[in-house]
Every structure is written in structure tokens, then in C-alpha cells.
Design a protein. Structure first.
Lengths: 181, 547
């Protein structure tokens, strides 16, 4: 095989390799999406007063949770800290599922809706900014911040004046006006 | 949904046909790489903003980062961006424009020689290819999530549309298309803000739910947070991001600069850049503020969000009615396509003008380099498509791109500032400074675990400046002819006629009226300094209101 053929072959091979890695990574997103779709269908069926249909989709959602999502989270958290937030909320999801099963039995649509929404939100990605500690400013922070602010203003004024002086000095030396605009 | 597909399909066909139409008069390299230097200020304004705001630096990734970290993301739009646009418009663009260069590396080459120019060139080509791949990825992901269409065919269609008009029409077609896309983006995506604010009870309503009921950190609503913030410590935002990264981005990003170099006059270049900060400021209301409200909508309606990058798409899919959704997607596609086309055109310009023409194949006809430009454009599209799977592996794409930028922009700002404001700065000093600064940035990130990219960029800027000054003092002064027309103290008025003649020679008859190129004062309402002052004051008002 000459080099002309080897290069496209290697390119295709590397492309397939990366594509495979991507597909396995996307799997976690896909199973959660599948679970969310089943849960959304629970709301739809219940709105149509079909409690059996709603229960069926509830079972399917719970099955995806137990067999796929939970397993991927518990395995994933060992190697990747992106799974930590889902791991922390696993108990919450289990509790919501238990409560939802009872609410479906009683057929209270508004309660079911808000419970389903809570489960979907619990398996969703939550903003990391929610957990940032409240602002705190130590003495050192004030010194640092004010030094930057005042320092920049002083620098800008001194440097600006220096540039202006050097620019006009040069023009005056050559006997020319400074350009306008 | 059918009406949305029809609108999107019509939009893509319109873009394709319009691109072919705009590319019909492209005949030489000045047309292809600098749009025959004929663009008025309002084209420049629209093109700069459309270039800056794409899937990556705008709606999807910035929107995703706003969902993730809150209002802090607005600092890109509210004081850094306008500051960078205005400073670049008032100062840096004039130097490039008067030097008659095609690219930023070309300016560095004239001032410091070819070594630093080549390093800078290669670094940016890598960043650009990654950027295009990331734009394709985000576009494909967005349409996949929204319309449930397969990822790869979508990416290939986007590549075919944008590739065709950029490949055939060069910068001229790109700028004209970007202006059209700028209008579609503004009109198509603004309704989301009003719908959302109506649903959640205004900005006060968002705060009431998130802080009052959910116990979310107040720093989620801060533009400039404290120094302990894990994503963007306030003082480092000012030092590293505002003064180094954003300024370096606006003055050193070839796509941004190239739009100005395509202007019909220096006034148009400067004014276009300054007033582009108006849409830049408004951008926060298109994709930052709506995303602060997004968690309330997601939690309240049971909308699943797999990751921050996907949140913007999920929001509009579940909020906008059919028909309006199609128009909105057309606006978003405009953002993505305009950014891809500008970066694509800039990459091919840098490859052909700075590497191929200057170092590999010298002295060929203009037509030869014109064809080479098209070939380079095609090669960059192909390479970017191959990189899409790699980009897919990166969580929060902004991180990857900004890490690369932090390693380039700090050293770049160091050598650029010294190039313009210090006549003594020489090639040896700048090369030593640039390389040391780049390695120092990598060292900070990898060995010392500093992961805040603008902190890295600030320190690499400082180290670059110190090393450049130290090595310059130890080596010979640059010759006066190396500095002519490139530094602050140059006598530009004396050189103006010569620069215009060079431009006229490059462009054939299009800019041949040298004798009419007198400097005239614009009317007061088009005075650059008045606009710059008003825009900067408006940033202070925004910061005071939103904190």
C-alpha cells in the first residue's frame, strides 16, 4: 500500500475510533433522555385520564432508572467527577419514585405533574454556580482590588500623558501639525 | 413543526443562493482576502458582531456557561467586550490599517521578523480549526436536540452551505452575508427575552425564586464576583480577561481584524469597530439574561437538560411556538454560519498570505494565490470536520478554546503593546518573550494547576513583557526603517499618500482615487470619540444596575 492510500486510510480509522468513544459517552445522556421521555408521557396519559397508560410509562421510566441510569452513575462516579452531582441526588430520585407510585394510585394529576417534574429536574444537570459560596471580602481582597483599580487608573493617566507628550514632541520637531480624526 | 422545517430549509437555500450571488465579482486576492477594501462602517459593524457571536461565542456556549455560572458570563458583553472593541477601534486598527497588511501575523513580521509571526500564525490556525470544529459540533448538537434530526448529516449540510459561499466569495461574500445574518439574528432571537421575562415575573422575579426560594448563591447574579469565585474571580476578570484576553482577542484575532482591514477607509474601520460594541452589549439580553431564568422554566415544566451546552436549545424548543421557533433557529444558524465563514476565511488568508506566499511558493501570479486561497478554505473545512469527534469529548467547549487562547493572547498582548509603544523593542526580545510567556502559561496550567484562564493569561502577559524588555536591552536596537509606520510615534500623515498608492496598486482601479483621500472631519453625530464615550458610560450604568 503506498503512502497516498495509507493517509486516507489512517484518517478514516482515527475518525471511526473517535466516533466510537463519542457514542459511548453520549449513551448516558441518551438513557436519561429516554427516562425523561417516559416520565413526560406519564403526565400526558394522566391528562387524558388514562391511568393504566400512565402507570405503564411510569414502570418503563423506573426500569430505565434502575437498570441503566443508576448503574452508569455508580460506575461513572468512580472515575469521573461529572457524575458526582447525579450520585448525590440518587436517594432523592428514589424517594420521588416511591412517592410518585402512591400518587399515581390516588390519581392526583397536579401532584403527579409536580412529582414528575421534580424527578426530571433531579436527573438533569444543575448549574454549578448555584453552589458557589456567598461573597466574602477579606482585608487582603480589598487591598488587592483597590490596588488593581487605582493602579490601572494611575497607569492609564501617566502612560497616556507620556504618549501624548512623546507624540507631539516628535511632530513639533519636524514642524508638522498632528493629524486630525 | 413542519412550518419550522420549511422556514429553516428556505433560510439555508437563501443563504446558499445569496452567497453565490455575492461571490460573482471575486477576481483577485485583494477581492478574496480583503473584500476589495470597500466595506462601509455599518457593514463592518454587523460583520464584526456576527463574527464574534456564533454558536461558540454566543448563543449556545455562552448561553450554556450563563446557565452554569450565572450573570458573571455577562461580563463578556457588558464591559470587557465593548472595552476591547473601542480600544481596538481607536488605537490598534489604525496601526494595522496604515501598515497596509492583510493579517495580524503580517504586522508582527514587519515589526519583529518572520519567526514570531510564524509561531503566532500556527497557534492561531490551530485555534481556528478547533473553533470551526466546535461551531460545527454545537450546530449539529443544537439541531439534533431541537429537531431530532441526525447529527452528522446536519453538520455536513451546514458545512456545505457555509463552505460554498466562503470558498467562492471570500471576505466580500462573508461580510455581506454577515450583515444580513446580523439583522436576522437580532430580529429572530430577541423575542425570547420578552417571553421569558413575562413568564418569570421580570428580573426581580428570577431573583425572588432562585435566591429567595431555592437558596441559590447570590453570586449567581453577580457580574463581577469576589476573588474566591471558582469560575471568574472579579479582580482577575478585570486584569486578565479585560485588559489582556479581550483586548488581545479584539486586536489580535484575525477574523475580527480582517473585517476592519476590508473597510473602505480608516474612519469606516474605526467607527465600525466602535459602534459594534452596541450590538455586543445587547447580546447579553439575547443569550445571557434568558439563561439565568432557564433553571426555573426547566424545573417547573419538567424539561430534561443533559448538560449546560444543550440548555439553550432545550429552552427555546419548549418555550417558542411553532413558526417562531423556525425563525429563531434561522437566527441562530445565522450566528453559527457567520462565525464559521469568517474564521474559515481568516484561516485561509493566514495560510496563503503568511505561510504559502511568503515562505513556500514565492513570486507566483495573483491568480495562483487566489486559487490557493480557495484550496486552503476547502482543506480547513475538511480538517475541521475530522476534528468534530475530538471536540465532542470535551466538556464545556469554552474551556478548551479559552485555555488555548490564554496561552496565546497573553504573550501576544505583551509583544504587541511593546511593538507599538516602545521603539526599542526588537525581534530577539519579542521572540524570547513570546516563547517564554507561552511556556509559562502552559506551566501555570499544567504544573501549578491554575485553571482560571484569564489568570494564566495575565501572568503570561507579565512574564512576556519582562522577558521581552530584558532581552531587548541585551541585544541590538532595531533599524529605523524597521519601525517606519509601525509604532506610535510614526508620522502617519507623511506616509498616508504612499499607503493609499500601495493599496490602489493592489486593488487595481478600485481605490485609485488617491488625490481625493483627504481627511475630513465627520459630522458631530458620527464622531467616534462621542460614541465611544457614550458606550463606555452605558457599561457603567449596566454594571451599577446588575452588579
Amino acid at each position: 500500500m503506498n503512502s497516498r492510500k495509507i493517509i486516507p486510510f489512517l484518517l478514516i480509522l482515527s475518525f471511526l475510533f473517535f466516533a466510537h468513544a463519542v457514542l459511548s459517552q453520549e449513551r448516558f445522556n441518551d438513557v436519561r433522555q429516554q427516562m425523561a421521555d417516559h416520565l413526560t408521557a406519564v403526565k400526558t396519559w394522566l391528562r387524558a385520564n388514562d391511568r393504566e397508560g400512565a402507570k405503564k410509562r411510569f414502570d418503563e421510566a423506573q426500569k430505565v432508572w434502575e437498570t441503566d441510569v443508576k448503574r452508569m452513575i455508580t460506575e461513572g462516579v468512580k472515575t469521573n467527577d461529572q457524575f458526582q452531582e447525579y450520585f448525590d441526588r440518587m436517594t432523592e430520585v428514589d424517594e420521588h419514585f416511591a412517592a410518585l407510585a402512591q400518587e399515581l394510585e390516588s390519581g392526583e394529576a397536579p401532584k403527579v405533574e409536580s412529582r414528575v417534574n421534580a424527578i426530571i429536574w433531579a436527573i438533569s444537570h444543575h448549574p454549578r454556580g448555584f453552589k458557589v459560596p456567598p461573597p466574602r471580602y477579606t482585608m487582603w481582597d480589598w487591598v488587592f482590588g483597590l490596588s488593581i483599580g487605582i493602579g490601572f487608573c494611575v497607569f492609564a493617566i501617566v502612560f497616556g500623558l507620556h504618549l501624548r507628550r512623546s507624540y507631539y514632541r516628535r511632530y513639533q520637531k519636524q514642524g508638522k501639525e498632528p493629524p486630525k480624526g | 413543526m413542519t412550518s419550522d422545517f420549511i422556514i429553516i430549509g428556505l433560510y439555508l437555500i437563501l443563504m446558499f443562493v445569496a452567497g453565490l450571488f455575492f461571490s460573482r465579482n471575486i477576481k483577485n486576492t485583494a477581492d478574496y482576502f480583503l473584500a476589495a477594501r470597500s466595506a462601509p462602517w455599518f457593514w463592518i459593524m454587523g460583520a464584526i458582531w456576527a463574527t464574534n457571536i456564533g454558536f461558540l461565542h454566543g448563543y449556545l456556549a455562552h448561553g450554556g456557561a450563563a446557565y452554569e455560572w450565572g450573570l458573571i458570563q455577562a461580563n463578556f458583553e457588558w464591559f470587557q467586550g465593548p472595552f476591547g472593541y473601542i480600544m481596538s477601534g481607536l488605537f490598534f486598527i489604525a496601526f494595522y490599517w496604515r501598515a497596509g497588511v492583510y493579517t495580524v501575523p503580517h504586522f508582527l513580521e514587519r515589526r519583529y521578523g518572520s519567526a514570531i509571526s510564524l509561531i503566532y500564525n500556527f497557534a492561531w490556525i490551530v485555534i481556528f480549526v478547533v473553533t470551526i470544529a466546535a461551531e460545527f459540533y454545537l450546530g449539529g448538537l443544537f439541531l439534533k436536540n431541537l429537531l431530532h434530526i441526525p447529527f452528522w448529516p446536519t453538520v455536513l449540510v451546514l458545512a456545505a452551505v457555509v463552505g460554498t459561499y466562503t470558498l467562492l466569495g471570500g471576505l466580500g461574500a462573508a461580510i455581506m452575508m454577515e450583515f444580513v445574518q446580523f439583522i436576522i439574528m437580532m430580529l429572530g432571537t430577541m423575542p425570547l427575552l420578552f417571553i421569558l421575562l413575562h413568564l418569570v415575573g421580570g428580573f426581580a422575579g428570577i431573583k425572588e425564586v432562585l435566591i429567595g426560594q431555592w437558596g441559590v448563591s447570590p453570586q449567581y447574579f453577580t457580574v463581577l464576583p469576589d476573588i474566591h469565585h471558582p469560575y471568574g474571580p472579579g479582580p482577575w476578570i478585570v486584569l486578565g480577561q479585560c485588559l489582556v484576553v479581550t483586548l488581545g482577542w479584539c486586536a489580535g484575532h484575525q477574523s475580527m481584524v480582517q473585517r476592519n482591514l476590508g473597510a473602505r477607509s480608516l474612519y469606516d474601520a474605526k467607527f465600525g469597530y466602535v459602534v459594534a460594541s452596541i450590538p455586543k452589549t445587547l447580546g447579553a439580553f439575547l443569550y445571557i439574561v434568558p439563561m439565568i431564568a432557564a433553571p426555573i422554566i426547566f424545573a417547573g415544566n419538567g424539561i430534561f437538560v443533559e448538560r449546560a451546552d444543550a440548555s439553550y436549545g432545550k429552552l427555546i424548543l419548549n418555550l417558542l411556538p411553532s413558526g417562531m421557533l423556525g425563525l429563531f433557529i434561522a437566527g441562530l444558524l445565522s450566528a453559527g454560519l457567520s462565525s464559521i465563514s469568517s474564521v474559515l476565511n481568516s484561516t485561509s488568508t493566514m495560510i496563503v498570505k503568511d505561510i504559502y506566499e511568503r515562505h513556500l511558493v514565492k513570486g507566483r501570479s495573483d491568480h495562483h494565490y487566489f486559487v490557493a486561497g480557495r484550496a486552503a478554505t476547502f482543506a480547513v473545512i475538511a480538517l475541521s470536520l475530522l476534528l468534530v469527534p475530538v471536540v465532542l469529548k470535551v466538556y464545556l467547549i469554552m474551556w478548551l478554546e479559552q485555555t488555548l487562547l490564554a496561552m496565546v493572547l497573553g504573550p501576544f498582548m505583551g509583544v504587541l503593546m511593546l511593538a507599538i509603544f516602545w521603539r526599542r523593542a526588537n525581534a530577539a526580545g519579542s521572540l524570547a518573550g513570546f516563547i517564554t510567556g507561552g511556556f509559562f502559561a502552559i506551566l501555570l496550567g499544567q504544573a501549578f494547576g491554575v485553571n482560571i484562564f484569564f489568570e494564566i493569561s495575565w501572568w503570561s502577559f507579565v512574564v512576556t513583557s519582562i522577558v521581552t524588555v530584558a532581552v531587548t536591552w541585551l541585544t541590538a536596537k532595531p533599524r529605523p526603517e524597521q519601525l517606519d509606520g509601525l509604532t506610535w510615534e510614526s508620522d502617519f500623515r507623511a506616509k498616508l499618500g504612499q499607503v493609499l498608492k500601495e493599496r490602489a496598486a493592489e486593488n487595481g482601479v478600485k481605490v485609485a482615487a488617491v488625490q481625493r483621500a483627504n481627511i475630513r472631519r465627520p459630522p458631530w453625530y458620527l464622531n467616534i470619540k462621542y460614541w465611544a464615550t457614550a458606550i463606555l458610560l452605558s457599561q457603567i450604568v449596566l454594571l451599577l444596575f446588575f452588579g
